[in-house]
Ligand binder design. Structure first.
Ligand code: LLP
Length: 422
């Protein structure tokens, strides 16, 4: 069995994160509980940012991966910007102290309210995903009498070997404007006094494990940059989106340095600010979901361990068949048996792990579901009327609760029984 995953490691038979035993957190704060390692997030950010040192660049954290204010503040302190997809994310980013000139706004369905809020905030650019959205942004800017900064999200039609739900850069996906239409749209934008053309963007997918698709995308975007120049349209930003993968189960994703080594030569002599939108890379490995064993259930077909965390807490296994390492918080020398780790939600798809060799856990034992810092809490719900988990941020041997566990009252907040039913 492996003995370390990022800042998670065994010492004295107990699983620790940085200088804190996970058992302490589970006992003090209850489960299910999300735990994040501040030093891992910092290291990931620095590893990404420093390989582009010497170039003008902005790392805009894709905050949909984990939008807790404390995580955002930590990244803001490191100098990160944000990739947002809603006015809610804009509010969070601003509250956490991320400056507006480091914010990019992505997404195919920005509403008028969201467009107005982002223009007012003074963001770096909208990554525009359709001709109609461009018109809507132009109309809002004209009304506000404030030019709107735009870049087109171009669909480069590049294939990426990842789960089909998280591949976004093929022509059949809903994202971006078709490559062949981009020049025409830029020329339209250039004629509009209230649109300020800033750059060009592509985001081709998530959990990408090779450099090739990034290079193909960069090549395609740079050729557009050149064509636009011949039309007198000059871009200042090249945004290659996010998507860099992480190891969940022995994958060997390229390091940011591998990407930089191949990408930077292509950028030579070009006066373009590089923007990236990593989400998973920055936070996935920092986080775990702590859960308590409720029951063991052994049938003729299978061994199940029923735990108190479920698909409402961590949806990735149910949604994408995603693999997350599951480690016992107290190491055991008992020989393991193949076990499914399942939650209390009433669906067969409610599992956290399948067929894992675990040393027969007992009721009351704690398990850590690793690699859960990205798209864990942020995709959690109250399905089955289960209050959402608390979140903790660990700094060395210190820790802070950065989101309280929801209460039963939170579950019904805002709901009303109408007079017709009284
Ligand atoms: N930029 C844009 C425009 C995006 O849509 C995304 C993610 C990112 C950046 C960040 O991608 P990342 O670096 O995190 O791969 N819920 C799925 C992932 C969905 C990704 C959606 N877009 C999962 O749990 O795997």
């Amino acid at each position: 069995m492996k003995t370390g995953y990022g800042t998670y490691h065994y010492d004295g038979g107990e699983l620790w994160v940085e200088g804190v035993p996970l058992r302490t957190l589970a006992e003090r704060l209850g489960t299910p509980l999300y735990v994040y390692s501040a030093s891992k997030i910092r290291t990931q950010y620095r590893n990404f940012d420093r390989v582009f040192a010497g170039r003008s660049r902005t790392v805009c954290y894709a905050m949909k991966a984990n939008s807790n204010l404390a995580v955002l503040r930590l990244l803001a302190e490191e100098g990160a910007g944000a990739d947002i997809v809603s006015v809610g994310e804009l509010v969070r980013a601003r509250r956490a102290g991320i400056p507006p000139h480091r914010i990019v706004f992505s997404g195919v369905g920005k509403t008028e309210t969201e467009i107005v809020a982002a223009i007012r905030a003074g963001i770096l650019m909208f990554n525009v995903e359709s001709a109609e959205e461009l018109e809507a942004i132009e109309a809002a800017a004209r009304r506000l009498r404030r030019p709107a900064p735009v870049s087109l999200r171009v669909n480069p039609n590049v294939s990426v070997d990842t789960h089909h739900h998280i591949a976004t850069g093929k022509a059949e996906n809903k994202f971006g404007v078709p490559y062949e239409k981009a020049v025409e749209l830029y020329r339209y934008a250039a004629r509009k006094p209230w649109l300020n053309i800033v750059g060009i963007q592509a985001h081709i997918g998530s959990q990408i494990l090779e450099v090739r698709p990034y290079l193909e995308t960069a090549k395609k975007l740079l050729s557009l940059v050149d064509r636009l120049q011949s039309h007198g349209i000059y871009l200042h930003v090249l945004d290659l989106g996010g998507g860099l993968g992480v190891p969940y189960h022995g994958e060997k994703p390229p390091a940011p340095a591998d990407l930089a080594r191949r990408l930077l030569p292509m950028m030579k002599g070009r006066n373009l600010r590089l923007v990236f939108e990593p989400g998973r890379f920055l936070v996935a490995e920092s986080g775990c979901l702590l859960t308590r064993v409720l029951y063991r259930k052994e049938t003729a077909h299978k061994n199940f361990v029923v735990v108190d965390a479920a698909m409402n807490d961590l949806a990735r296994p149910a949604l994408y068949d995603a693999y997350h390492p599951v480690w016992p918080v107290r190491r055991s020398s008992i020989r393991g048996v193949a076990t499914d780790v399942v939650g209390p939600v009433c669906e067969s798809g409610d599992y956290l792990a399948k067929g894992r060799v675990l040393p027969r856990p007992h009721a009351g034992d704690f398990l850590a579901v690793l690699g859960a810092g990205a798209y864990g809490f942020s995709m959690s719900s109250q399905y089955n009327s289960r209050p959402r988990a608390a979140e903790v941020l660990v700094f060395g041997s210190q820790w802070w609760v950065v989101r309280e566990r929801e209460t039963l009252n939170d579950l019904v907040r805002g709901e009303k029984i109408p007079p017709a039913l009284k």
